[in-house]
Design a protein around this ligand. Structure first.
Ligand code: GLA
Length: 326
């Protein structure tokens, strides 16, 4: 009797396996910018102001966990195809200790994670605002983990070389050097600072990129050239994006205009930049990622992912109601 059950079980397992591979062949890799995006448990993805990291065959998506307005820590999701995301839980939790810098009541925004090849650690930087101080503190927060899905351990926060630090992103260059790009001086300045070799601190190589009142930096590098998309500073309300290019990350940065094309291009399609993912540099595949903020219910803010195209070597982002990941 036991044997029969076992055989039937095996047949069912083989059947399921076959079924799975058929599904995988027909897998739908359509991106619908602005639509509700659910994870593999059919829960709406809560990862705003996010950034991506690829390790091996896996992508990790880190972002702000938002309630209606509250900042509830940093989430992490994983995927192999950039469409089907499994919720891996809270990467960095709020502290229950009310005296902690990351206690409930403060803000953790725009988390970005990079991997350090020398220390084998995953390093997270984010915009930290201290509890009950609004946006006054303007600090960079740093956390670390041995695993991409965390849990991350909070280490410290500071103002890089004494400079205010609000909207930010991280960038790892071809030689392994990492940089923190950040809005400073009440967001009038955009600065870049090189990180120490362990990525846990800043060096003194800290430069003003430009003073144009910009935030929401998203950067990528193609054929030796750096491209930086930023937004204006109008809070949650959308505004026009600009693109700058440079041959060195420290500048000089040249204004290339507004890279958005299509309906509502002059308002970044009702969104704000957060990250640019290099999917495959040889095939020229890059994805521009933005948030369509809903200030009345931040957790319902939507994700705008659009492919980057190139015209005479200059990146453009053309609106599409839907498109497929190749
Ligand atoms: C801008 C920033 C966001 C957030 C809001 C708050 O949109 O880019 O990260 O700080 O302002 O108003």
């Amino acid at each position: 009797m036991k044997k029969t059950i076992c055989i039937v079980g095996a047949l069912v397992a083989v059947g399921l396996q076959a079924c799975k591979s058929v599904q995988q062949k027909g897998i739908d890799l359509t991106v619908k910018p602005g639509a509700i995006w659910q994870d593999t448990n059919q829960e709406v993805i809560n990862a705003h102001g996010g950034g991506l990291l690829k390790r091996g065959k896996n992508y990790y998506w880190y972002g702000e966990i938002r309630g209606k307005s509250a900042s509830e820590g940093v989430s992490v999701y994983s995927s192999k195809d950039l469409i089907h995301w499994e919720n891996k839980g809270v990467a960095l939790a709020k502290s229950k200790d009310s005296t902690s810098e990351i206690a409930v009541g403060g803000l953790m925004e725009r988390p970005k994670v990079i991997f350090n090849e020398k220390t084998n650690k995953y390093v997270m930087w984010f915009h930290l605002e201290l509890p009950r101080q609004g946006y006054k503190a303007a600090r960079a927060g740093i956390a670390v983990s041995d695993n991409p899905t965390g849990p991350f351990t909070y280490l410290k926060s500071f103002r890089p070389n004494g400079n205010m630090s609000r909207d930010m992103t991280l960038f790892v260059d071809d030689d392994g050097s990492a940089y923190h790009i950040y809005s400073s001086r009440e967001n009038y300045d955009l600065r870049v600072v090189k990180l120490t070799a362990d990525y846990l601190d800043v060096t003194k190589e800290d430069t003003l990129l430009f003073s144009k009142h910009r935030e929401a930096p998203a950067i990528f590098k193609k054929d030796g050239k750096y491209f930086l998309i930023t937004s204006g500073c109008t809070g949650w309300d959308p505004n026009a994006a600009t693109l700058h290019s440079a041959n060195s990350i420290f500048g000089p940065w040249k204004l290339e205009g507004d890279p958005m094309r299509g309906p509502m291009a002059e308002k970044t399609f009702d969104g704000q930049s957060t990250y640019i993912l290099t999917v495959d540099s040889k095939k020229n595949q890059y994805i521009f990622m933005a948030d369509r903020w809903k200030p009345k219910d931040l957790k319902d803010s939507r994700y705008l992912w659009l492919p980057i195209s190139f015209e005479n070597g200059i990146p453009l982002v053309q609106w599409q109601n839907e498109w497929k990941i190749k």
